[in-house]
Design a protein around this ligand. Structure first.
Ligand code: SF4
Length: 214
């Protein structure tokens, strides 16, 4: 059984698959409290409904999108998340998991592309990073830094260097909405010739920053 906050189809707004039609499976509950959280409605575990794996799979929207994203909340806080991922990789061409990285990612099926959100000091949750996860990176992993200011950017660069991230996986950098401008981040990346992929949250440009369920 899993606690599901919502399931809907939209456009993937982030990651290297940004722009693709995507089925979002948002799990309820998150033990973190990032200052910029844009899905606070999914933080409480009781914001969701308990469903069996069969019920979740039968209710998936049709026609099916090529991509499914399991997100939250924090999906890996639910012990049956890996069973859901296992079932999805049999049904979808691409499956992504978005996780804050406070939990062990070693149990995630290898076919799943993990978007590992490393929490910066500006998030207020830097102490929750599970650094053992750096041993589990692969070319199918995308490490993401959401940056609130210049200090976060410099910190992210130091983490990239310490763990050799750019040599192991895709590194994404994005702005915490309302805290850092895309122009500033772009200028820093260009100046440093940083081997990262800057990303904007497409869904916020399409539907607005306050829209939910899109
Ligand atoms: S980990 Fe994600 S869902 Fe949880 S508080 Fe942080 S931004 Fe929100």
């Amino acid at each position: 059984m899993l606690r599901i906050h919502e399931v809907y189809q939209s456009i993937q707004g982030e990651s290297t698959l940004a722009g693709m039609p995507c089925t979002f499976i948002r799990l309820a509950g998150c033990p973190l409290r990032c200052v910029y959280c844009d899905t606070p409605q999914a933080i409480p575990l009781d914001s969701g409904q308990t469903q069996s794996l069969d019920e979740i799979l039968q209710a998936l929207p049709k026609p099916q999108t090529p991509l499914a994203l399991v997100t939250g909340g924090e999906p890996l806080a639910q012990k049956h998340c890996s069973a859901l991922l296992d079932a999805l990789v049999k049904r979808y061409q691409y499956v992504q998991l978005e996780t804050a990285g406070a939990h062990d990612i070693a149990t995630v099926p290898s076919q799943v592309s993990i978007i590992l959100d490393i929490k910066t000091p500006g998030s207020g949750e830097v102490g929750r990073n599970r650094w053992q996860n750096m041993q589990c990176l692969s070319t199918n992993t995308e490490v993401k830094f959401v940056l609130t200011n210049r200090e976060d950017y410099d910190w992210a660069k130091s983490i990239m260097a310490k763990y050799g991230l750019a040599q192991q996986c895709t590194v994404l950098m994005s702005c915490a909405w309302g805290s850092l401008t895309a122009q500033d981040l772009a200028a820093w990346i260009i100046q440093d010739h940083l081997p990262v992929r800057m990303q904007l949250q497409l869904h916020k440009y399409i539907w607005g920053a306050e829209a939910v369920g899109v």
